[in-house]
Design a protein around this ligand. Structure first.
Ligand code: ATP
Length: 597
């Protein structure tokens, strides 16, 4: 398709050229590169050794040939130690090159990985909810490794190759300027061809990085959702989807290989032509006596360096471009604003709760769709407050705001009269124990899962908490007891056991505010009894906010807040509310009806 207008032409050409992302890339990488400055200084010093060696070896070769032709054994004897010295320099410099390049690139990547991980851990929920876990993994196992091109070999080569070119050009010019001129004429072709391939590879590189992230997300979601896939018999469709993406990846890699193949073959062709022309012309000059055989050999030895740096620069440029596309993705992530400067950690500053107040809160996950509009609520000290209301009323959102996962667009949340904005995230979250509806357990042992509640918990604390949470007897009956591995996400535990593990965690955390999101899934009456006993222990002496689904929790609550569409529809205790006509009465009879079924 031919571009009709200038704008259209610009739109087609633009993706092939780096403009703003180039300085942006270096601005982002600079602090990480500076951490490895010593290795980079060594690498740049080695450039000089490399250039010296290239010229010296060609010189040595020519000298040796002339000495051999003239049977000059004295000269040969003098040249031998020089040859050995050059070889030793070359071996040492090669070793140092590899060693220091590894230090520089891996050092930078290590720092970058830590920075990225640190950043992701500080991102607010609003930023991470739009990221898929596969995408996040891709940053670490794909994009970070692709930065090699910018921080390692490609960067060094982009500096080394022009220097080699200039040094060789000056040297060869002195040997035979006519031959030199022929080689220089070829330069624009090599540069132009390399640049075009580099830009084509960049476009392909961006597609490849995006596709790797998609495939990673697909894999992560498939493995996490294997049970759903099995129960909805989605195996065939899932496989087809994966296979399509996998083939697309293969096709893009092939396209890349083709581009690289053409590029290297083109470089080889240019190299060969220059070499043959120089050799034939040089042979003519030797036959005319205007050049020695040694000089011709030196020339043919070095003439490649007048072409390869040019094609090489273009090749490195291509690698560089592909890396830049990976870095663009990293920059996009790193530009997302973090919720705090430091990583939150357990900081139990708030020991007692006298008041919790939501004051004129307005909030929407999407700013155009408000969940709360000037919402206010006072939570009484040391009481159990139950939140009930239809799905989507905003009950969980209230919990999210109190824990600082999201910030209200206006209004304040105050704990003991102090704005939660004035507390660090560590202080705020250490004051709250949250028992979510679905318990997330890590893949380690029971003990490891309980120890995350707070630092320095003892075995005795754990056992006491588990007894109160009605889970100790079960754990003790396991062959490895508290050291039993519970499988990924605690797959080896039942729903009721997971809930009691979450309650034990909350007991261990011993925070003054308790947020409880009761599970909606029905438990058998014995487990229900155990869970209720565990909760009674947990709620003692705490200010408790509970999203309640169980009749007993609701009836026993000191205050019931009936929520509807982000507003408080009714409030009071069970006996007050049941005698009013309104939403509570309806909800109450709905729960009763469900229970009877
Ligand atoms: N992370 C999110 N991003 C965007 N919208 C969200 C998000 N979480 C919840 N919502 C929306 O906010 C509204 C309130 O949801 P919330 O989870 O607070 O309701 P709820 O009262 O807890 O409901 P349920 O009883 O079903 O859990 C809903 O319309 C929901 O779609």
């Amino acid at each position: 398709m031919i571009a009709q207008t200038k704008e259209e032409l610009t739109r087609i050409i633009k993706p092939y050229f780096i403009t703003e992302d180039f300085p942006k890339t270096f601005r982002m990488l600079k602090p990480f590169i500076l951490t490895q400055w010593k290795a980079y200084v060594v690498l740049f010093s080695l450039l000089a050794v490399d250039i010296f060696f290239t010229l010296a070896f060609a010189w040595f070769f020519g000298k040796l040939t002339n000495a051999a032709i003239h049977g000059d054994f004295q000269e040969l004897k003098k040249l031998m130690p020089i040859g050995i010295g050059l070889t030793l320099i070359s071996i040492t410099s090669n070793f140092c090159d590899i060693y220091f390049e590894t230090i520089a690139t891996n050092g930078v990547k290590n720092e970058l990985k830590e920075h990225l991980f640190h950043h992701i851990l500080r991102l607010p929920a609003g930023q991470t909810s739009s990221l898929r876990s596969g995408d996040l993994l891709s940053y670490f196992n794909n994009d970070i490794h692709a930065v090699d091109g910018v921080i390692g070999g490609s960067l060094i080569s982009l500096i080394r190759l022009p220097l080699v070119y200039i040094a060789v050009l000056i040297y060869l010019f002195q040997i035979n300027w006519v031959l030199c001129l022929i080689s220089v004429v070829i330069a624009p072709i090599a540069i132009a061809a390399g640049a075009v391939f580099g830009l084509l590879l960049k476009r392909n590189g961006r597609k490849l990085h995006e596709l790797v992230a998609t495939v990673n997300s697909l894999l992560a979601e498939t493995f996490q959702g294997l049970q759903v896939i099995r129960s909805f018999t989605l195996e065939k469709n899932t496989f087809k989807h994966f296979s399509r993406k996998n083939k697309e990846y293969f096709r893009l890699e092939l396209e890349n290989a083709k581009l690289q193949g053409w590029y290297y073959s083109g470089g080889y062709l240019i190299n060969s032509v220059v070499f043959l022309v120089s050799l034939c012309l040089g042979a003519y000059f030797v036959s005319k006596g205007s050049m020695t055989v040694g000089s011709l050999l030196t020339f043919t030895n070095l003439v490649g360096y007048l072409v390869s740096p040019l094609t090489g620069i273009a090749g490195q440029w291509a690698g560089f471009q592909r890396s830049v596309t990976a870095i663009e993705r990293l920059i996009n992530l790193l530009e997302r604003p973090a919720a705090s400067l430091e990583l939150p950690s357990y900081t139990p500053m708030v020991q007692e709760i006298h008041s919790i107040k939501f004051s004129n809160i307005s909030f929407g996950y999407d700013e155009n769709k408000k969940i709360f509009d000037k919402f206010s609520l006072d939570i009484p000290e040391g009481k159990v407050v139950a939140f009930v209301g239809p799905s989507g009323a905003g009950k969980t959102t209230l919990f999210n705001l109190l824990q600082g996962f999201y910030q209200p667009q206006s209004g304040n949340i105050l704990i003991n009269g102090q704005h939660t904005d004035n507390l660090t995230l560590g202080e705020l979250r250490s004051a709250i124990a949250h028992v979510p509806q679905e318990t997330f357990l890590f893949g380690g042992t029971i003990k490891e899962n309980l120890m995350i509640a707070r630092p320095n918990v003892s075995q005795a604390d754990i056992v006491t908490a588990c007894r109160q949470a009605q889970i100790h007897d079960f754990i003790a009956s396991l062959p490895a007891g508290y050291d039993t591995a519970i499988g990924e996400r605690g797959i080896k535990l039942s729903g009721g056991q997971k809930q009691r593990m979450a309650i034990a965690r909350a007991i261990l955390k011993d925070a003054p505010i308790l947020l409880l999101d009761e599970a909606t899934s029905a438990l058998d009456s014995e487990t229900e009894y155990h869970v209720k006993t565990a909760l009674d222990h947990l709620m003692k002496n705490k200010t408790t906010l509970v999203i309640a689904h169980r009749l007993s929790t609701i009836q026993d609550a000191d205050l019931i807040i009936v929520m509807k569409e982000g507003r408080i529809d009714q409030f009071g205790n069970h006996y007050e509310l049941i005698n009013q006509t309104g939403l509570y009465k309806k909800l109450h009879y709905n729960i009763l009806a469900k229970k009877e079924k």
